[in-house]
Design a protein around this ligand. Structure first.
Ligand SMILES: Cc1ncc(COP(=O)(O)O)c(C=O)c1O
Length: 418
């Protein structure tokens, strides 16, 4: 929920359901509401160390180094490219949609080669095509597979384990680089277990913090590749950012207040427990998708992801029938009902809208969002199955009973053991 500005004061909060930036918890906002420190203050070093260690735990890696950047996700992408790929070098980008395409274009704009797989709208990528392309690359010109875990435009989560298996089956030395910008803290991810060499993220989604911090976790093999890379670089250079001084780690002044917030956000995730955070996201996503399935029964709307298991726990993309004005729907929802959701991106512009359901959210917030969307659909005269919210309520009620039962069972099992 966001507060409205003084000129448009209405009672209560506006519900923010974009898939990033997301709602910022009060604990994070108040942690940021502090004066900065001088560069030499050891307390600042401690906060940076806490952020790095917390990110390592969130990424489930025991061994990767973490580099922090004053940058958004695009900046973190570029840092990855500059460190891993020499000009003219190639990466394979499984075509997940808008975000793999934007990443590919960034590679090409900086003089690298981007190889794409077939784009299959509505479906997760086919890892066998990744294997095929890598097998055909007998000279090992492809230095890395740059894979988007959750493509925020399509609302589809892709199978990183299958991509790692494809690289291994092809006996190819390419690194696996995962964009977890939209999935981290919302969907299960374990860098070491998955054999991901580099993970790329940003602050404004599952991390429940303002935009402005990009981060990259790098394993030893990727660090070696970077050391051999002769591409000229300075600000992005991982080697220049190693060291103990905060000024060196950030290649300049660290974004202190953002770091105060991220430290607090990581502590909140740890207090809830990462598995519980993933389970909460899965349940809220199921509720949203149950509502959308019901709304879709009148034929004007449709879930974009055709494969249930691949539906994202962060964001749901809803296609609309031709003639429906998505921007008008968003405006009505935001201005009359205080629910802000996202429009379609790239090829989906004007053809879809997206409900973000990641970060600091609970069942009541999701129901408020769905109610606001339903009200806006009604105002716009769009045909929809009327009991979408009721479906979401049923889903949440069932899911919360299961969760309560399983935590009671766990407590009982623990009592028996003790
Ligand atoms: C999967 C994914 N990767 C990269 C980006 C780019 O991040 P940013 O907008 O912070 O530059 C986004 C943004 O939404 C994203 O969803």
């Amino acid at each position: 929920m966001t507060h409205n500005g003084p000129s448009s004061r209405i009672p209560g909060d506006r519900f923010l359901h974009s898939p990033g930036p997301t709602h910022i918890p009060a604990e994070v906002l108040s942690a940021m509401h502090r004066q900065p420190m001088d560069h030499g203050d050891p307390r600042l070093d401690d906060i940076i160390a806490n952020c790095e260690a917390g990110l390592r735990r969130l990424l489930r890696t025991a061994q990767a180094e973490v580099f922090l950047y004053i940058a958004n996700g695009h900046g973190a992408w570029e840092a990855t490219t500059e460190n891993l790929l020499a000009p003219g070098a190639a990466a394979l980008l499984p075509s997940t949609g808008h975000f793999s395409e934007q990443w590919a274009r960034q590679l090409e704009a900086t003089g690298r080669r981007a190889i794409r797989t077939t784009y299959r709208p509505g479906y997760p990528i086919d890892a066998s095509e990744v294997e095929e392309v890598l097998r055909a690359d007998t000279r090992h010109e492809i230095a890395a597979v740059f894979a988007v875990h959750t493509d925020t435009a399509s609302g589809i989560t892709h199978d990183l384990a299958a991509m790692r298996a494809a690289i291994d089956a092809a006996k190819h030395p390419a690194l696996l680089v995962a964009d977890v910008v939209a999935s981290l803290g919302a969907a299960p991810f374990a860098m070491d277990e998955l054999g991901v060499n580099v993970a790329v993220g940003a602050s404004q989604k599952g991390l429940m913090s303002p935009p402005g911090l990009g981060f990259i976790a790098v394993d030893a093999r990727a660090a070696q590749v970077a050391n051999r890379n002769t591409a000229p670089r300075h600000y992005w250079d991982w080697n220049r950012r190693r060291g103990t001084q905060s000024y060196q780690k950030f290649c300049g002044t660290p974004p202190q207040n953002l770091l105060f917030g991220i430290e607090a956000a990581l502590a909140l995730i740890e207090r809830e427990g990462l598995e519980a955070v993933w389970a909460r996201h899965a349940l809220l996503a199921r509720a949203v998708q149950a509502a959308v399935e019901r709304w879709s029964s009148e034929g004007a709307l449709q879930l974009h992801c055709r494969v249930r298991e691949a539906r994202s726990t962060s964001v749901t993309t809803i296609e609309v029938r031709e003639g429906i004005d998505v921007e008008a729907l968003r405006t009505v929802a935001r201005e009359r009902f205080q629910v802000a959701f996202a429009g379609g991106l790239g090829p989906f512009q004007g053809r879809a809208f997206r409900i973000g359901h990641l970060g600091d959210l609970n069942a009541a917030m999701i129901l408020g969002c769905l109610g606001g969307v339903e009200a806006a659909l009604a105002v716009q005269g769009i045909a929809f199955g009327r009991d979408g919210v009721a479906r979401a309520v049923a889903c949440l009620a069932e899911g919360s009973s299961l969760r309560a039962r399983s935590s009671r069972d766990q407590r009982t099992a623990a009592d028996v053991r003790s």
